[in-house]
Design a protein. Sequence first.
Length: 324
Amino acid sequence: MFGRAARRGLVGLVGTAALLSVAACSSGGGEAAAGGDGDDLIRVGFSQLGAESGWRTANTESVKASLTEENGFDLTFVDAQQKQENQIKALRDFVAQDVDVIAFSPVIETGWDEVLQEIKDAGIPVVLVDRTVDTTVEDPYVTWIGADFEQEGTTAGEWVAENAPDAKVFELQGTLGSGAQVDREEGFNAVVGDQVIGKASGNFTRAEGKTAVEAALQAYPETTLIFSHNDDMGLGAIEAIEAAGKVPGKDIQLVTVDGVRDGLQALVDKKFNYVVECNPVFGDQLAELITAVANGEDVPETTIVVDEAFDQTITQDEVDARAY
């Protein structure tokens, strides 16, 4: 592994190379391949945005399982509890600790200019995970890994267009201003936006999803389909629909994003109608990216995690076999 002085001299070069690289990142095992004498661990500061959903918990477990000392990493992990101020503090702490690489999943897209500039001035490369940022800082990060949120929304919209073209849709949005919320909304509405009769945020949590749908069923009683930006809010929606004396999956169809075990179980139970996967288990790929960045190697600007989609033909055996 390059020393910190050498690493900082390479940050600009790595960032430039990232913009030009089109190579795909391998998804093999995440063992670090540090250079030099091999004794140094790669010091990583990782700020997770929270634990708001089953997806986030699975993602955290995957990251922690891959960024281990055995694999060549010294990980400092901070849960921001869905508060941007907590995340910004964590990032500044990582700078003070002089880590080799900073990785984080931003709570929302905006408001990062100052801290990202501080990180850049310190010469520490940044790897964005899952979500994106909207910033005026030039070349604020070296690489990003995550799902194509817009495509997830598009895939959900295409299912609605084909299977429920006359549905009156209520859109249950994630945390407003987050990359997942913005992009899933954009993709979905580009396909079936004219079918959407109302929207509200459930902040990606089951409890708030239930509350939002309770209000929606009062405000939009004609609703026949709910598009939920994640499974957890969709599971909350099931509770609200049943409390209103309706049958989820029949009276009101449910299309969600994530593909966690509880969500797919709802699909087997015919309470969800369609689930677009957002695969959280990519810690091994993240480990490989961080190793390459720390070693001054060329990395792709983006790494898209491959997602699937599921309908009610999924079996119980398939759900039971899921890793998350």
